[in-house]
Design a binder for this molecule. Sequence first.
Ligand SMILES: *Cc1c(COP(=O)(O)O)cnc(C)c1O
Length: 495
Amino acid sequence: MVDITYSSTRGADEKLKASEAILNGLASDGGLYVPDHVPALDRNLKELSDMDYRGVAYEVMKLLLTDFTEEELRGCIAAAYDDKFDTEEIAPLAEACDAYFLELYHGATIAFKDMALSILPHLMTTAARKNNVKNEIVILTATSGDTGKAALAGFASVPGTKIIVFYPKDGVSPIQKQQMVTQQGDNTFVVGINGNFDNAQTGVKKLFSDKELAEWMNENNMQFSSANSINIGRLVPQIVYYVYAYTRLMKEERITEGAPINVVVPTGNFGNILAAYYAKEMGLPIAKLICASNENKVLYDFFSTGTYDRNREFILTSSPSMDILISSNLERLIYHICDNDAGKCRTLMELLTRTGRYDITDAMRAKLDSFVGGTCDEEMTLATIRSIFESCGYLIDTHTAVAAGVYKSYRAKTGDRTPTVIASTASPYKFTGSVLAAIDPGYASDDDFDKADRLYELSKVPIPKAVSEIRTAPIVHKTICEVDEMEKTVKGFLK
Ligand SMILES: *Cc1c(COP(=O)(O)O)cnc(C)c1O
């Protein structure tokens, strides 16, 4: 097998092995790590369709994480995709209303972030061992809700790691807060800050770049790392489920080997759909990559015009995990469509930082011909939840509804009848308030748990353990701090 090396999207000097890229997270020039080439699948689709999720995971991940041994990689996969998931399928496929919904929310925190964050801690500790890093790895994260809990669940009780999560004290939903402050595990620390998400994020970035703190950490045999979605260790595991979904369609004789499928992805930071793009580049027969945005439609505008422009109002929607104006992972796609030219990519990213916008050339646009952008507004999102529930008896969350709404418009406009997989990124119980407002607008209660009961009454979809168990779980994290006390708080935990 050919070894893959990783370099930055903004400079070609540094060449790293996969394990080193996972440990570093972000390149020192601010760019993201990209593989020097995208390897082709070396098993045919028929062989892959005879494997279970773990088997497919190994066949895909071995091609990109080439410096991990088979034993190491299979060990990471076995530790991640086990009974933390509430179904043996790990990522089951459900057919409803002319589409196949790939349910990526059967992990510990009922959102698709679990697919990557349940394996990242194992990849990271294995990477540390391979590179003779003796220090304990301390994950620092700022969260606006979903990532924090998924990272906590992934790293809880993993030997050789600690995790510290900062969240805005009054800026997350009651269920999200309850999920975090009840987190078990001696190596987990959760702190509410008196400030908003931006304060938390800026504070964490400052801690990462503080040289004195880094020295203090090193003297105490510790070092920081990041579980952010730009880590290549989060991207690679996400390629797996697209390959897996294809092989399930084959197995169920919905498609024949080699037949094209479309994929629709509700998009925020562009990580999930980028994984689908890599799957296509690896040889998976994907025709269209349909990128679905909510009312923050920067990406829709980008795919329709070739201009990326973040200078606009930030809109709060019912799909908060997609409320993003800078989609970090798009940088990797930009790098590939400028023929892996890091200089060109850097120029565009500097423009983005300086002016908030950039334009791509016609030659670059031509390379985006498999992408289709779509957008779905708030009204259509709720109408989609209602219509899929009423006509097909299938319940989806708000993020998935953005994708389903975009797909409906796409199908009507193009007449394209290619079998289509919609990435279903959260359980309807994660966004109970909005989902219930869509199917039972008359119901009134302030309590999210009452709403979950009502949703169960109407849909008979079982309430996931992630929701039922936090109802009565003891609160173990009570620390609150000011923005300028973050360093002191971190040192206090780590001593
Ligand atoms: C994070 C998230 C998304 C967006 O995924 P990206 O990889 O950031 O594009 C969509 N839906 C849910 C529920 C999420 O948590």
